[in-house]
Ligand binder design. Sequence first.
Ligand SMILES: *Cc1c(COP(=O)(O)O)cnc(C)c1O
Length: 373
Amino acid sequence: MDNSGSVAKKLKGLREELESQMRTFVGYPCNTVFDYSEIFPFLNYSINNVGDPFVGSTYRVTTREIEVEVLRFFADMTHAPKENFWGYVTNGGTEGNLYGLFLARETLPDAIAYYSEDTHYSVSKNLRLLNMKNIMIRAQENGEMDYDDLRETLRLHRDSPPIIFVTIGTTMKGAVDNIGEIRKILREFAIQRHYIHADAALSGMILPFVDDPQPFGFSSGIDSISISGHKMIGAPIPCGIVLANKRNVDRIARSVEYVGALDTTLTGSRNGISPLMLWYAIQKHGVSGFREMVSQCLENAEYAVKVFRDNGINAWRNKNSVTVVFPKPSGAVLEKWQIAVSGPIAHIITMPHVSKSQINELVQDMVANPATE
Ligand SMILES: *Cc1c(COP(=O)(O)O)cnc(C)c1O
């Protein structure tokens, strides 16, 4: 059957559609500026990083060594304990968070998990999946956890050790939960058994590259961290990394060794292409390239806040955040622009591909089509 003509036509149409959708892609934290063409030849192999990236396998068509180099880069960026960290390249931030919560539960089986109401929507599902006791904490207006509510809730549940799920850059408002403040509360109650997981999907690739970062890494007292790869770095395949203290992983590794393999990751077969892409991006950008990229994004975020405000729209952003929050625009504006909305607010995220002229055009559209409420 020769259908190559219709296949080619279909693919051409799809590409044109994707190209045209890129023009208004301003509301999601995915950097679309990348060129992985040097990696295309690797799509010709059945690469599979099945199992633990640090341990050999009889399946040797892998990019495991490259994966470990990627993990070492992120370990450096997050001040992970030098030889005492473990991790792997995931299919995205959500998997890394699920893994962090899994480790937390295995470490403290009798714990209660605390997370703020501004936490990513996948977290309550993951808690349910893991059948973990959990309590949602109020969020402040700027999106940070409400520490008074956390303190009062912990006070009521002093008999169970806490797992604190902190967000480093909330999805909607780009807020960073204050790990220092949270640890102060834990000390206040003399709580020694605790576990802190950091969901740093976006800001885990921002804070290492700014001059005055909020505390976010292992040096600030976290036990594990998840960072997305397709967000600030950018990739055509969703991906990410998860890092954890090795001693917590050894606990689960042992229990699985019992059934015959060092199967320390969540999935069995694992994508070997995304570690290669992350590695490639890290080689091409380097720390100085990422610093420049982040600095440009932050500058554009500041620019956006100013243009919105100059036009009478009350926009704002959190410190070190590229997420610009403003009141929900009219239907006409939402029809044209791919903007994330949550209740009365909306945001754009000034990722590397978002230009000042797009920002100007969006603000003009909002001025011309005001929201009616
Ligand atoms: C995007 C995001 C996630 C989910 O990450 P994926 O890579 O899309 O799975 C989790 N947490 C936060 C705060 C996010 O912004």
